[in-house]
Unconditional design. Sequence first.
Lengths: 212, 212
Amino acid sequence: MARQVTGAARRVADAAEVLRDEKFNARRVELAEAALETLGELGFARTSLREIAQNSAFTHGVFHYYFSDKLDLICCCVRHYKAKCVTRYDDVVATATSRDELTEGFLAKLAATLQNEARMHRLWYDLRSQAMFEAAFRKDVLEIDKSLEAMIWRIASRYAELGGKRPASSPAALYALFDGLFQNALLKHLAGDKTAVPELLDEVRRLLPTVC
Amino acid sequence: MARQVTGAARRVADAAEVLRDEKFNARRVELAEAALETLGELGFARTSLREIAQNSAFTHGVFHYYFSDKLDLICCCVRHYKAKCVTRYDDVVATATSRDELTEGFLAKLAATLQNEARMHRLWYDLRSQAMFEAAFRKDVLEIDKSLEAMIWRIASRYAELGGKRPASSPAALYALFDGLFQNALLKHLAGDKTAVPELLDEVRRLLPTVC
DNA sequence: ATTCGTTCTTGACAAGTGTCAAGATTTTGG
DNA sequence: CCAAAATCTTGACACTTGTCAAGAACGAAT
């Protein structure tokens, strides 16, 4: 009987701890989301914890309560960002019933992303570059890169399938191609080049039938 | 006669000034080269002028004598870096007399670059990302990007020519593809992935005949 | 309602930052 | 050879940075 009580008590205690952990983690995500705002605005190099705090509803001390240090915070930001990013085109892939439909849906989302979420994406490129210097970022960054490659591959596979074909290149090559084009268009777009977005769309429209 | 003397004096003065300017600029390049060492090691975010000075034969004051501020120094570094980079494959393109020769020469240089100049290249990716935040970098970065695109295009054109064909993609798409592949391979290589280099070579070897 | 553990605020600290200026040193031109 | 201009050194400045600790505010369980 003592056994059962202990078992029950343990269960209750465990449940409580899980709950606390979840709450703790939810707060971490809240803070990470707030941090992403400032990071997207200033970039990794120019962003300090105090600046993050000032641009948010929190004080700088809270960040040190929830994160062991700055890298811990940024890693949490990156992981959180990932979840949002990777599913961006899943709707289009799931609902498109023809090559044209898929193409137009993809291009529309691509253009919208480039214009409305430029800040988040430049942060991604920033952090991916940081990972080349800071080993602490590498694991997460490589993981996200893999996820993005898979995302592109899903689009390409579906596009090929709708045409009764198979993709003509490897997942790595396809991802490299689209990522490179997007990165270049993003830089031009941020530099005020109005032609960046339409030129990206043209390029992708021309490319899709040749690679899948 | 007074006219002639003034004219001659002016010419001499001008020549002297040009000489001084050249000397001044040579020194700037020396300093930039020293700065590139530290920048390649630490990345833009973590590099301070004092650190640059300590890792070099100069004192930190000199850098402020030759550069108006930190951005000015970094811009000079980037411009200097460009000149070296853009001509890397020109020999191979000029001397190759067959597709195979060009392929092997290109791949050899590609592998060597990835392994021996990883630090300089991660710095390039770092600065290109910085340009998305810092407007002062954009002009130079976009210019270098264009030069690199042209470099890739020269290789692809020559490769196509040697096969009696024409490149199947636009310069932008080709550059995006190779740049994306290289960037990804660099990250993996820096993360200690021994397969990064051979996999890049395989991918490029497979890709070349399909895009040109 | 009181107590105890969690959460948050505030202020401080040491280290590091870019920038500048006064003066030492070297080079140059007459 | 000497004055003037350039190059360079040194040390200081005002400011920002990440980190931490002391304690206030809060919430939940007894």
